[in-house]
Design a protein around this ligand. Structure first.
Ligand code: DCP
Ligand code: MG
Length: 526
């Protein structure tokens, strides 16, 4: 059945702009944009709020051109670190939003005394799909007050009917269409979620409520900002007269372009008119069938239970004369990117108890855009190798590729192929509780002290862990100023590894441990 699921998409409105406005509240309600940190032409615009869009300002324009369209435009530069964009602010804000969504789902399921009824899929930094089917099916269906829906700025995407007219029609007919009621209940649930997101984060968002991912995504954009739009199956044929093929999420790339050019058409309604015979003669049978179903608003793609992003990536462009031609420059930037990615991978490992198994290095040259090479990390156990090791592997891979003779116009590194660390495998979670955060500044010969608790368990738990890491004796590289009598070399290597990982991603902080018996403070000389 094409309409037996209730799928929603929640998408934050002009997300990066809102993140900046929250830090500078004077700017709420005023035309604003966010520009990439480089200054050429006033920076490249990557996010535009709706007040600025009214002046014709769009993503991809240069800041200076935007200022000509709107003199009052405020342009926020993307924060920069190590001479490259630093997106931490937006990622953190995204985590806040997902935390609210997660808590909301948990509260609904708790109320219903069941778990895993609602599926949440993180689709991007500011988008989430929700499959509400099971939850809604477990509730008695009833038509809510129209005011409740209007309070959430709910619209209808069905010919030119207003929400009110549609609901009146439903009432008059007396026989309620189950799918319509389910959509309306979905809209109420998502409306409450949007309100909660606003209350907890100050961010406004929009939502699409329909029967599958394709329709939810399309209809979400229909009445942005700060609105939600219901698309019933009956609304699809008329709506698709105005939907461009390449606006459909699975047709945004090469295939969509190919379809458009092949049949000289623009819209989904036009694609619907292409006969199955013609589609079959142009594509393999499964693609042809799938394309035809899309044109009828049918999309079977499931909402996957995924609260975390599938990859962690960072990159930098080197346009024009900034292209990297010298090996030392390429090495420098690979090191910078690896430093960033490793910090985020480590954070992710500890927070989300998972490990990336592959690194994909991407680069473009004037001759060849978007080359990529994969590196398997060949992980043993529950930890990553050191940043230097990852960086050297990346450098080796990139420098031995034939493209090295062409200057690099961009470089990117993406960590991917995540696997969960099984609880019994994740040794550091049990060890982490022994570490206390301290505010000792980086340059200050920070202290390494083992806690009482750690000492007590030294003979069982910890000893095993130390044994397990004996193959990683980093003693020789260690900057740890050890007292050989007090600390065995195995212990040293363990501490050094531990300190390294904690130190690396906290950057400014070091973790503090205390010896019980010796009350001896070991120095880490930075
Ligand atoms: N983004 C980016 N570069 C792009 C697309 C997006 O840096 N090519 C960033 C900036 C956006 C954020 O990701 O604020 C979310 O992307 P969206 O496509 O959801 O765009 P917005 O949230 O800005 O606007 P909208 O209200 O249309 O969702
Ligand atoms: Mg958005």
């Amino acid at each position: 059945m094409s309409n037996n699921r209730i799928i929603c998409l929640v998408d934050m409105d002009c997300f990066y702009v809102q993140c900046e406005q929250r830090l500078l509240p004077d700017k709420w309600g005023k035309p604003c944009a966010v520009a990439q940190y480089n200054n050429w032409g006033g920076g490249g615009i990557i996010a535009v709020n709706y007040e600025a869009r009214a002046f014709g300002i769009k993503r991809g324009m240069r800041g200076n051109d935007c200022m000509k369209l709107c003199h009052d435009l405020h342009i926020f530069p993307v924060p920069a670190k190590n001479d490259k964009a630093d997106l931490t602010r937006y990622r953190d804000a995204s985590s806040e939003v997902f935390q609210v969504i997660d808590e909301y789902i948990q509260s609904l399921e708790k109320e219903n005394k069941v778990s895993e009824q609602i599926i949440l899929e993180r689709a991007s930094v500011d988008e989430a799909f929700l499959d509400l089917t099971k939850f809604i099916n477990s509730k008695p269906l009833k038509l809510p007050d129209i005011q409740d829906l209007e309070a959430f700025n709910t619209k209808l995407n069905y010919n030119d009917l207003s929400l009110k007219e549609w609901i009146e029609q439903i009432k008059v007919r007396g026989v309620y269409n189950e799918q319509h009621l389910q959509l309306i209940m979905g809209a109420l649930l998502v409306g409450r979620l949007r309100q909660l997101i606003y209350e907890k984060t100050q961010f406004k968002c929009s939502a699409g409520i329909s029967h599958n991912k394709m329709l939810a995504k399309l209809t979400c954009g229909k009445n942005k900002p700060n609105a939600q739009t219901i698309l019933p199956m009956e609304g699809v044929p008329t709506y698709f007269e105005s939907v461009r093929i390449t606006d459909v999420r699975s047709l945004g790339g090469k295939l969509g372009k190919q379809v458009k050019e092949m049949f000289k058409i623009e819209t989904m309604a036009q694609l619907n008119q292409i006969s199955q015979f013609l589609l079959n003669s142009s594509f393999d049978s499964s693609t042809a069938k799938w394309l035809h179903q899309l044109t009828m608003g049918i999309d079977d793609e499931i909402v996957t239970n995924r609260k975390l992003s599938k990859s962690i990536g960072c990159g930098k462009n080197f346009p024009g004369k900034n292209a990297l031609s010298k090996p030392q420059d390429i090495k420098h930037w690979i090191n910078v990117l690896c430093e960033e990615i490793f910090t985020r991978m480590e954070n992710d490992r500890l927070t989300n108890k998972r490990l990336a198994n592959q690194i994909v290095v991407g680069f473009s040259t004037a001759k060849k855009a978007n080359s990529s090479k994969s590196i398997n990390l060949d992980l043993v156990g529950d930890q990553y190798p050191k940043t230097d090791y990852i960086a050297s592997k990346v450098i080796q891979t990139v420098m031995t590729s034939s493209e090295q003779f062409e200057p690099f116009q961009n470089l990117s590194i993406v960590a991917t192929k995540f696997t969960d660390i099984k609880p019994d495998q994740f040794k550091t979670t049990t060890i982490d509780k022994f570490f206390k955060k301290t505010d000792i500044p980086k340059q200050n010969n920070s202290k390494l002290i083992i806690s009482d608790e750690m000492e007590k368990s030294k003979n069982n738990n910890l000893t095993t862990k130390i044994e397990e890491i004996r193959d990683f004796d980093l003693c020789a590289q260690s900057k740890l100023d050890t007292d050989g009598d007090k600390v065995s070399s195995k212990m040293e290597s363990f501490f050094f590894r531990k300190i390294l990982s904690l130190y690396d991603f906290n950057n400014q902080n070091i973790y503090k441990m205390e010896f019980e018996n010796e009350s001896k403070e070991q120095q880490i000389v930075d």
